[in-house]
Ligand binder design. Structure first.
Ligand SMILES: Cc1cc2nc3c(=O)[nH]c(=O)nc-3n(C[C@H](O)[C@H](O)[C@H](O)COP(=O)(O)O)c2cc1C
Length: 304
């Protein structure tokens, strides 16, 4: 994605260390008379040049490294050098995040939700396009609006899937997707809908008092990856903040197939939602971290 260059180097402040020239991914900077100058016409606006300059000589318009203080006052300005963080603590945090399906009846403040969105945007994005979007359902009422739309979608889908003639018709024109849905999800979804109607139990969002929908605007080079990387940041940060989260793939799937759900939530046409994060303060306490099946990586050996 081509973006006009907005990098400026103050020749009075530049000490000629070349650091900015070395890190620029678009080769937009060169050395001239022992100081760095802007010579290219293309920029990712990634701000690496700003981040490595020891003399504050570089600025990039439109790239804000504006202060990023969290609502609880935690400072975030200090750069952590590679190797200068407690790996054990990081992995413990990652292993302690669980999908939470029991929430306390307690609102999540807008300040906390805002922090989560900002933390999401510290993720990388393809060509640094940052075309991700965050739609916040800030309270239970908003979550229920979404849940009802999604439920209506699955009610319709289950009706179609349970009709053998309809499945045959769908197979002729759209492959075996409806057959597979019928085999793998129909009964579970039917039971979930029954519990919603008869017992008031929310099997979609698990009664979460808030949710964040992460999507991408049209034009992103890697829309799904951008949204999902931001999502993982949010999941980990939420855990650190005392919140439980659960990804809700059932809602993502419904939104993909039924544009009316996004419209009802004010999501513009053309924007696509890749992750739905239900969240709230957990009403369950885990005593052990995640266990995973062991995987063996595939090792590639040159020439072998
Ligand atoms: C893409 C994706 C979609 C998911 N969708 C749902 C869902 O619709 N409902 C749900 O309860 N859990 C959902 N989960 C949570 C998974 O079931 C959960 O991550 C998995 O069982 C592992 O448990 P853990 O997250 O606690 O480690 C989803 C997870 C992912 C990654």
């Amino acid at each position: 994605m081509r973006r006009p260059i907005t990098t400026r180097i103050d020749p009075e402040l530049c000490i000629g260390c070349e650091a900015c020239v070395r890190v620029c991914p678009t080769d937009a900077l060169t050395m001239e008379d022992e100081i760095a100058v802007v010579s290219g016409d293309e920029s990712l606006h990634c701000g690496h040049c700003v981040a490595v300059c020891p003399s504050d000589a570089v600025t990039v318009d439109g790239v804000s490294s504006a202060e990023f203080t969290l609502a609880d006052g935690e400072p975030t300005e200090v750069y952590v050098d590679p190797g200068d963080f407690d790996l054990g603590q990081l992995v413990q945090l990652m292993r302690s995040r669980r999908s939470c399906r029991c929430y306390r009846d307690e609102e999540v403040s807008r300040a906390v939700l805002n922090d989560l969105v900002r933390i999401g945007t510290t993720a990388p994005s393809g060509t640094n396009c940052q075309l991700w979007t965050f739609t916040v359902l800030p309270d239970r009422a908003a979550v229920v609006v979404a849940a009802e739309k999604v439920k209506a979608f699955y009610d319709r889908l289950n009706q179609q899937a349970s009709n053998g003639a309809y499945r045959l018709f769908a197979r002729l024109f759209a492959g075996d997707a409806l057959d597979r849905y019928y085999r793998e999800y129909y009964e579970t979804v039917k039971e979930g809908m029954r519990q919603w109607e008869e017992e008031g139990r929310d099997r979609l969002f698990h009664g979460a008092p808030a949710a964040i929908l992460v999507g991408s605007k049209p034009g992103a080079s890697c829309p799904a990856e951008d949204a999902l990387l931001a999502t993982q940041n949010i999941l980990l940060a939420a855990h650190a903040m005392g919140l439980g989260t659960c990804l809700i793939g059932f809602v993502v799937e419904a939104m993909k197939r039924d544009a009316a759900i996004g419209e009802a939530l004010g999501i513009p046409k053309g924007e696509r939602t890749y992750a739905v994060i239900a969240l709230g303060y957990p009403a369950v306490e885990y005593l052990a971290p995640t266990g995973r099946r062991r995987v063996e990586p595939r090792w590639v050996q040159a020439g072998g």
